[in-house]
Each structure stands twice: as C-alpha cells, then as structure tokens.
Ligand binder design. Structure first.
Ligand SMILES: [Mg+2]
Length: 345
C-alpha cells in the first residue's frame, strides 16, 4: 500500500489576489474574470458566494463583497512555482489542474507522508504566501477525499479505520467522477452510499452505469481503486492569457492583450528551456458566444516573443474579432530547446 498526497490550493485565485492585499483577508473577497466569479475566499463562501456565479448575483448575495480582477500573470507564475515545489519534494507528480496534484513522496507510511505534507504546506506558505490543503490516503480517491476534509488550510490523513468506514458509507454524490446522470441512475438502484452496491446484482449495475463505471464502483467498494500516478513526462503546451474587459469596461485591445500574453508565455517557455512550433489564440466572445481558435505554425521552433508577436498580431488582423471577454495564447508543440538542431547557416 502506498501513502499518496493530494495537494490542493485553497481558493487559489482569491488567495493569490490577497497576497498583496492582506488587509482584506478577513473580509469577503472574490476573484473574477469578466462577469464570472472564479474563486471566493472562505468569508465570502460563508455568505453564499461561490465560483462560476455571476458577479452581479454574488454582489446581490453579499453587498460588501470585494471583487478583484483575476491577476492572470501572477496566477500563472504562482502555479508554476507551486509545481516546482511539488517536483522538488515528490518523486512522482500527477497534475490535476493548475493548482492541484497527486504526489508520491516515496513512502508507504501515512505518518511519514503526513510529515512531508506538513513541510510542504509550510514551504508553500513561506515561499508563495498561499494556503494549500493536503490529504493523505492509500488511493487517489481516498487522498482526494482527505484533502477535501482538510480544507481550509489544513492536513488530514485518512487512516485504515476511516478508510474502511468510507468504503461503506461514502455518499454516491461524493465519488469523484460520478456526474449527475450516473448519480440519478444510482439513486434509482437504491445506491445512496457506496456500500449499497452490495445489494445490486452485478449485471444490473453494469447495465445502468456502464461497464467502466460499474467496475470503478466495485473497486472503490473493495479498496482496489486507482493508486497509480501518471506523471506528465513532457509538457507539450503552455498558455498565458487574460480578460479584456471587466464589468462593462474594455481596458485593453485584443492586440495589446495578445502581445502581453505572448511575452509571458515566451518568457516562461524560455525559463523552462522549451521552444514552440505553433501558436494558438483562443478568443472567448462576450455573452458566451462560440469560442474562436486561430492557429499558426512556424517552420523553426522558437520561444522568441519577437517572432511570435507578429504571428499573433497577423492572426487577429485577418479575423473579424467580436467583443471579447478573454483571450488566451497557447504555445504548442513544445520541445526541449537542446533537442532542436541548430540552423547550420
Ligand atoms: Mg483548489
């Protein structure tokens, strides 16, 4: 048995925004991209504010809410620094999102894993100034349930006794990967908690939920669910971006934002020793219109902003660009700068 860590930053976007505004920490604060809340701190959550909510609805629920634009450049930098810490501490890292990962720290002992988790939390707090919660468990699902129990700003170990209880009593709605449709089907079968599958004939469970989900549920019940981490060996894309307008004010032109974002993406690629062969611009129109993607490749891979900026500018100039909420620049086809043969002349 392994002791895996699941590490997850608490209200990541809001926490990053609060670093330079410590006087707001006890007040309800949310980070927003355009008109959508992307992250709310705990005082805001206590007042009914949550991510994916419209800013207008959040302000109606909590008039004292302080809304801060997502500091996109700072978010990207902090997420990268967070993963640097993960890679420094763990022997294997499986990213879940930009601010969340499973870590194998090379021990089977939950107590030892917890010590590493405490040290990691201290280091992230000191170096990056943000809270992360850590869960320790024998499988990915159990570690993830542990980090959820640890929030906010805590560490929780799910020991053998708690794990045994969870493998009987875990509500179907808390099973990672079970969506609303499966949840409805499980309810029809009388499966409100994982242990309830004992009373459902295997064929019926399979018919209702599909082969894969039925197998997964049985594995969770038996304790043979996934404990293998899949590291991302080679990073192939890298994105930078931001929102153009906040709350009905256009503060940047698409070209200005693309130029800034190209510069940031190129800077990060350079620091990571990577060069890109392609660039994708992702344009999200205002009012939830259809996402537009514009792509261009260069014959010689590069991380030079001087080469990619005109590419982005030309792509924008050749398109009738609608009013945008966000624009993202993605460098694609990344490869190590050392592996690219130098031009011979
Ligand atoms: Mg998080």
């Amino acid at each position: 048995m392994v002791a895996l860590l699941h590490v997850d930053a608490d209200s990541f976007f809001a926490s990053v925004a609060l670093r330079s505004r410590p006087h707001l920490r006890e007040r309800p604060v949310a980070a927003a991209a355009h008109v959508i809340i992307t992250s709310a701190n705990y005082p805001a959550r206590a007042r009914g504010v949550h991510s994916a909510m419209l800013v207008a609805d959040a302000l109606a629920a909590c008039p004292e809410l302080v809304v801060i634009d997502v500091p996109q450049a700072e978010i990207e930098e902090t997420a990268e620094a967070l993963f640097d810490v993960f890679h420094d501490i763990a022997r294997t890292v499986e990213p879940g999102s930009i601010e969340e990962a499973f870590l194998d720290v090379g021990t089977d002992d939950p107590g030892e894993a917890a010590m590493v988790g405490h040290a990691l939390r201290r280091r992230v707090a000191q170096q990056l100034g943000i809270p992360v919660s850590v869960g320790v468990g024998s499988t990915k699902l159990i570690a993830k349930l542990a980090s959820r129990a640890a929030k906010p700003d805590g560490l929780h170990v799910i020991d053998a006794a708690e794990e045994a209880r969870l493998r009987t009593e875990l509500p179907s709605s808390d099973i990672w990967g079970v969506g609303p449709k499966t949840l409805e089907r499980l309810k029809r079968l009388g499966v409100l908690r994982i242990g309830d599958i004992d009373h459902v004939p295997a064929a019926e469970l399979q018919r209702e939920c599909g082969t894969l989900m039925a197998r997964r549920l049985r594995q969770i019940r038996e304790g043979t669910d996934d404990a293998n981490l899949r590291p991302v060996e080679h990073r192939t894309t890298l994105s930078a971006g931001g929102s153009i307008a906040g709350y009905a004010r256009a503060d940047k032109s698409p070209t200005a934002l693309a130029t800034e974002s190209v510069a940031r993406a190129c800077h990060r690629a350079e620091r990571a020793g990577l060069v890109a062969s392609g660039l994708t611009l992702t344009l999200a129109p205002e009012h939830g219109g259809r996402i537009i993607q514009l792509k261009q490749a260069l014959p010689d891979p590069t991380n030079s902003a001087a080469e990619w900026t005109p590419v982005a500018t030309r792509l924008l100039a050749a398109t009738s660009v609608p009013l945008l909420s966000t624009l993202t620049v993605t460098l694609t086809g990344l490869q190590s700068a050392h592996r690219v043969a130098p031009t011979l002349f």
